[in-house]
Design a protein around this ligand. Structure first.
Ligand code: C2E
Ligand code: CA
Ligand code: CA
Length: 524
């Protein structure tokens, strides 16, 4: 397809040279045949007065000079053609490669023919592996753009070393794709795991110790698709599923994934509409003081009746993580918190409001001032607000979280550690935050009566809290037997279906009145 200027030049020169040579040969033959030179010589001698010999020499010199000029011009043209072709190659390289890492880019991957991309692979069977880094943005924020560039270059080098002789493409940002030889699922999975292991090796950037995660999704030819294009779509879908599962996950494409993705896209669309219309509202589950039997506070639990239809309820455990993924979390959380504060401001006395704080909000330094702003707008006393946070939310950046909590606690807001016992945090991380309360996860409460080990854990949690001088709340209290045991162990508060599910705001007053009467107080 590519016909360079140089090629053109040489083919037309060749034609010219052939025509001129044939013409010259014919003229020479005719001249030899007709003794042209002897005749001309005799003519010059016979007409010495016309100085034809001088004219002839002048012609010869001009001819020679013309010849030298033509050669020089030809060489110049050749040089120019070469420079032009090199510039063309360079421009083409720039268009199809990523400047930072030197890898082929998205344009190369999307515009090159399938044969061209697969050309260098060692076998006809191949797989497409989509790779996306986890936490790149955070590292970029930490080490700056130059540091981020260094990280991307290092990742690219590691990828090229992991897939020698195969096609490694940087699609943009922290997304890469590899077209690798072979289509054995097990082998490709192993290769993906090894790659993640390699990519996640720590590196030091400007003196900062940095660790990055990576997820991969892969699809194999011909099992998952009949073209490179369809395979890369499948690998992308698998990558998406891997990312949802968490850091450093490998996923193979499975046909059901497209359907899941479609459903999720629909859910995302409805969630956007629901947030825009303010359709997600808090319900309230009472938290009861085990000594007095009175309601100490309510935990706000968000409810979304999709399409206004009870049967289409979506659990907050599903839509909060989704809101986090699609960037709706701040808007949604602030919306629900504002509504909950407005409701709580109407409750009598010192009944508290507990609100679940998503992990994503703890990455934002300004969250404390935004919460305080909502409190002042809605008129709720900060001392009546408790924020619940899970251990896993702290793992991301415990120092920042402790700063945020210190600012909130200084205003009178209390902080509870939610789902205690189920997370990955270490005691040293937890010691950085002075919690006001610990909520024992319901997975311990639901079987601690029969399960000796769980009983031991619950007992230890309660005495740990006593030792630290903080209160405990047992979650998921469902039976009177559990209630008795919790009282024996000195647990301060409990929450669960034994008392009530989460109820709409309109039923809170009724619940408070019911609990104020002694019959429910006598539970247990
Ligand atoms: P969580 O904070 O651990 O909330 C307690 C969950 O346990 C609630 O589920 C509640 O309905 C359920 N539960 C309460 N008592 C019992 C019981 O006796 N037995 C059993 N089996 N379950 C009980 P829900 O409302 O589905 O919420 C699930 C999770 O969603 C919550 O777990 C919380 O992490 C999250 N969530 C709910 N609302 C919000 C919110 O407004 N913001 C944020 N960030 N997360 C929320
Ligand atoms: Ca909670
Ligand atoms: Ca909980």
């Amino acid at each position: 397809m590519r016909k360079t200027f140089e090629n053109l030049l040489s083919s037309s020169s060749f034609r010219d040279a052939s025509v001129i040579s044939i013409a010259a040969l014919l003229i020479w033959l005719t001249a030899v045949e007709s003794d042209l030179y002897e005749r001309f010589h005799q003519y010059i001698i016979a007409h010495e007065d016309k100085e034809l010999d001088e004219v002839l020499i002048a012609f010869l010199i001009v001819g020679l000079a013309g010849y030298v000029f033509a050669i020089r011009r030809l060489l110049d043209l050749k040089k120019e053609a070469k420079a032009r072709s090199q510039a063309e190659i360079k421009a083409r390289w720039i268009a199809y490669h990523d400047f930072l890492t030197g890898l082929p880019n998205r344009r190369f991957f999307e515009e090159s023919s399938e044969e061209h991309i697969l050309d260098n692979l060692k076998s006809d069977a191949y797989s497409v592996i989509a790779i996306d880094l986890d936490g790149f943005k955070q590292v970029n924020d930490l080490v700056g753009h130059e540091g981020g560039d260094y990280l991307l270059k290092t990742v690219s080098e590691r990828l090229v070393a992991a897939f020698p002789g195969e096609v490694v493409v940087r699609l943009g940002g922290d997304e890469f794709v590899v077209v690798a030889s072979g289509n054995g699922r097990e082998r490709i999975r192993e290769k993906c795991s090894e790659t993640i292991h390699t990519l996640t090796q720590p590196m030091t950037i400007s003196g900062v110790h940095v660790e990055i995660g990576a997820c991969t999704g892969y699809a194999c030819y011909p099992q998952d698709g009949d073209s490179l294009k369809s395979l890369s779509l499948c690998a992308d879908i698998a990558l998406y599923a891997a990312k949802r599962e968490g850091r450093n996950t490998v996923k193979a494409y499975q046909p059901g994934m497209s359907e899941q993705l479609k459903r999720r896209a629909e859910l995302e669309g409805s969630l956007r509409v629901a947030v825009r219309r303010g359709e997600i509202i808090p319900h309230y589950q009472p938290m009861v003081d085990l000594q007095t039997g009175e309601i100490r506070g309510f935990e706000a639990l968000s409810r979304w009746q999709r399409n206004g239809n009870g049967a289409a309820n979506v659990s907050p455990a599903t839509f909060f993580p989704l809101a986090e993924e699609v960037g709706l979390i701040v808007e949604l959380s602030e919306q629900v918190l504002r509504k909950a504060c407005l409701d709580a401001a109407r409750w009598h006395g010192d009944v508290k409001l507990s609100f679940n704080l998503s992990a994503a909000l703890l990455c934002d330094r300004l969250i404390a001032s935004r919460i305080l702003m909502i409190l002042s707008e809605t008129g709720l006393d900060p001392a009546r607000l408790e924020l619940e946070v899970t251990e896993n939310a702290l793992v991301r950046d415990v120092d920042l979280a402790s700063e945020i909590f210190a600012a909130l606690q200084a205003e009178g807001i209390t902080i509870a550690l939610d789902d205690f016992g189920t997370g990955y945090s270490s005691l040293s991380q937890l010691s950085k935050i002075s919690f006001d309360k610990i909520k024992i996860d319901r997975s311990f409460i639901n079987s601690f009566e029969q399960d000796e080990t769980k009983y031991g854990i619950v007992k230890t949690m309660i005495s740990l809290a006593h030792g630290l001088g903080i209160d405990t709340v047992a979650e998921g209290l469902e039976t009177e037997g559990q209630l008795l045991k919790l009282k024996e162990l000195g647990c301060k508060y409990a929450q669960g279906f034994l008392y009530s599910e989460a109820v709409p705001a309109s039923q809170v007053e009724t619940l408070l009145e019911e609990f104020a009467l002694s019959d429910i107080k006598s539970c247990g």
